[in-house]
Design a protein around this ligand. Structure first.
Ligand SMILES: [Zn+2]
Length: 76
């Protein structure tokens, strides 16, 4: 019975933005969710670089999720 097997992450949706604890070398803290699967694909909002993280890794590195509503403010 794993309380913390795969459910370590709250619900993520494509297009959500996650805030990580450590900044990317480019200085950005925000990453957009571009792929959902066994691994989570993230795109740096600032420089556009993409990475793949396992759910477990992401749950360790993530600080918060910024959900994107349909009428949210446009990206910078
Ligand atoms: Zn970056």
């Amino acid at each position: 019975m794993g309380w913390y097997n795969l459910n370590v992450l709250p619900d993520l949706n494509l297009g959500d933005v996650v805030h990580l604890r450590k900044p990317h070398p480019c200085g950005g803290y925000e990453w957009k969710v571009v792929r959902l699967g066994a691994d989570i694909g993230l795109e740096c909002v600032r420089c556009g670089r993409r990475v793949l993280l396992s759910r477990r890794e992401l749950s360790h590195r993530m600080k918060s999720i910024i959900p994107r509503g349909p009428h949210d403010l446009p990206e910078v």
